[in-house]
Design a protein around this ligand. Sequence first.
Ligand code: UD1
Length: 430
Amino acid sequence: MDKFVVRGGNPLLGTIKVSGAKNSALPCMAAAILTEDEVILENIPQVRDIETERKLLTSMGAEVELGYGRAQHRTHIKCAILSDPVAKYEIVKTMRASSLVLGPLIARTGIARVAMPGGCAIGGRPIDLHIKGLEAMGATIVYDHGYLEARADRLKGAHIVFDKITVTGTEDLLMAATLAEGESVFENCAREPEVTDLAALLTAMGAKIEGAGTSTIRIQGVSKLHGARHRINPDRIEAGTFLIAGAITGGDLNVDSCEPKHLGALIAKLEECGVRLDVGQDNIRVRSGGSMGGELKAANISTEEYPGFPTDMQAQFMALATQTEGTTTVTENIFENRFMHVQELIRMGANITISGRTATVRGKSPLQSAAVMCSDLRASASLVLAALVADGETILDRVYHLDRGYEHFEEKLRGVGAQIRRMGDVFGKK
Ligand code: UD1
């Protein structure tokens, strides 16, 4: 298993480029199932979850050519024949977003067998709302040896009010509704930019969708979709992670190729902390410390669905909170059990207590290097951020979590002055 070795103390200086959004790319790749034509996706990030989705689609009979190294990271997907509409457990267990193929598979082939996702480090994460929605659209679903098998001759449009806001649930049912008979109206939908990105691709494929990005989405089902070309949005979570990297190290960093419009809640909080941000069209310059003067101040956060403060930025913001003056409360409202980075931050010298859904961070604490363990994707990023300001050399184990969602993370950080290197397992095992 690879490790990162990080030596803290350097301010990050220069320009760092943001890649395409993993969480947009995953549903967009699944959307290719809806047509027998070729779908071309640009700006696909080179991360492990994308490789997992490639495996998932090819195991069903799709042709997928990931175009890394080619201009625009252009990826071609053709699902002319889906000979085996099954999402196997071996793949689903490593990536819960595999459940995104459920809706498009039933819509296209009339049958889907998808392994039930198992437990997850950051909470139960059920898919009951995907299932309930598909049943409302006329699918029959049975459970069979750890798999759920869904069938429908042709899905029918339905009026669905989501009990709870779910991002992939909204995306899954949106894809299913594009090929359903008649109109679907979904209420209490997720408004995340990733839903809007998917809707833009589906529209380019011939779907009739209104209201994506708002809480009510209307879809007029069509009988067939066709191929399309689409460029994936920049990754707002990667961009946010770099903004915090610039702020925590007292650097002067230009976070380039991002979409500032998607970062409103984080920008507001960083400004409240006293971080200087210059927001451009597709870049944000972040400065703090040094020439900016003054200490960073604490600012409380509470995670919410978009456009609120993203749960996927909570762990990284907590690393920053260890370095601000005063007390920060961090309330996690989306997932239970998403404080696994806390114990590791405490081992590095942070002063954090947890009570229920709220963590209280008392700053400012000098952080010390330690051997720490990554527990999930965003927790890993939080530990790297802490290590960038820790005294000495921190060793982060299990960085495969980070590789699921950050493209060339250590290389990008090294390019702006971080001392970070990857160390392979001495026995060469992954
Ligand atoms: C997506 C993102 C993830 C992000 C999360 C919240 C992808 C691939 N992943 O995950 O990075 O952290 O949104 O912004 O886009 N829930 C149910 N039943 C369901 C579905 C969800 O109870 O059928 C609950 C979940 O347990 C959770 C909440 O709803 O408490 C939100 O989950 P959801 O928005 O579905 O997260 P994901 O789509 O899995």
